[in-house]
Design a binder for this molecule. Structure first.
Ligand SMILES: [Zn+2]
Length: 322
């Protein structure tokens, strides 16, 4: 009887350990099951945040308009954005070499130009210059004898070693926001100041925050605007497969050329991100100049593909060295 009892106990003990092991494995399995997707989602969001989440109230996905595109990418969307504040100048390679022909020409960077109150409502304050301030800044340029020139004027001067008008300045507006046409164009017309639109062509017509092609054409017809390639979907051309980089550059070029009739051979790096491959890709496609977000006003032939720009905010231009 005692022997039998002991045997049963032993059997129970074995059963107990097997059961314990099973429970343990089940628990570990469940933990893994629930945490792995969690880390995965976290990772994706972190990657997305880099490009999207810091850009307030711009539509975060849209179909884009790959007109006559030679390559199609699955899951491709043109994502409107601008330079996120916390990744500004990110990915900047080695310091620029100042050599060859150089000129001192400030290149001003604007994004949104609209009333500060509207910007607050839309969560766009970090990328907005109040339209009243913009008008005062443009008046200052006009009244202080500045000559607003096109990006092509600067690039050609560097290439050909030709002089530029005294106090030359380049006004650039990135991405193609609708407010550029509403608030900036009338001011530029008032003071006869030339400007440059760094256009991400896939974002045009994508949502009410962005310009329409009709407005782009109107800006072109003002005779004041020059257009540079800012990719199709605002893509950081230092990243991705070569086919994607090519697609982004070529599609934007053909769309902008189609709507403006202007030759597009100057590039502006989305997020200011570039690398040697991006530069070589552009040069091999006939690009003659490029704009980075590296601050500075000296522009040299030796870094003609990564020229300097000065980001302008809500302060008089005299505070930016002008
Ligand atoms: Zn941009």
């Amino acid at each position: 009887m005692a022997k039998k009892h002991k045997a049963i106990l032993k059997v129970n003990s074995v059963n107990f350990s097997t059961g314990y092991l099973k429970s343990l494995m089940l628990a570990v399995g469940l933990i893994l099951l629930f945490t792995i997707p969690f880390y995965f989602i976290l990772g994706i969001n972190t990657e997305k945040n880099r490009y999207i989440n810091h850009i307030p109230n711009v539509v975060k996905s849209n179909p884009g308009k790959p007109a006559g595109t030679p390559v199609t990418f699955s899951n491709q969307k043109a994502t409107p954005s601008a330079i996120p504040v916390n990744s500004y100048n990110k990915g900047t390679p080695a310091p620029q070499t100042y050599s060859g022909y150089c000129v001192n020409v400030p290149v001003l960077v604007y994004h949104h130009i609209q009333p500060e109150a509207t910007a607050r409502q839309l969560g766009q304050t970090s990328l907005t210059v109040d339209n009243g301030m913009f008008a005062r800044q443009m008046a200052y340029l006009a009244n202080s004898g500045y000559n607003a020139i096109w990006a092509s004027d600067l690039v050609n001067a560097l290439r050909n070693h030709t002089p530029l008008p005294p106090k030359s300045v380049v006004i650039t507006m990135d991405d193609g926001y609708a407010d550029n046409e509403i608030y900036a164009l009338p001011v530029l017309e008032q003071y006869h100041l030339k400007a440059n639109l760094m256009l991400a062509s896939g974002l045009v017509d994508s949502n009410p925050d962005m310009l329409t092609w009709s407005e782009v054409e109107q800006m072109k017809n003002s005779g004041l605007y020059y257009f540079t390639n800012h990719t199709w979907s605002h893509w950081p051309v230092s990243e991705g497969p070569q086919s994607k980089i090519n697609f982004e550059i070529d599609t934007a070029q053909s769309e902008i050329e189609q709507h403006t009739g202007q030759t597009v051979n100057i590039f502006t790096y989305p997020y200011g991100e570039f690398n040697n491959n991006a530069i070589q890709t552009l040069i091999s496609r006939g690009y003659i100049g490029g704009f980075s977000t590296i601050p500075g006003t000296y522009q040299c032939e030796s870094f003609i593909m990564t020229l300097h720009r000065t980001r302008i905010g809500n302060a008089p231009l005299s505070e930016y060295g002008l």
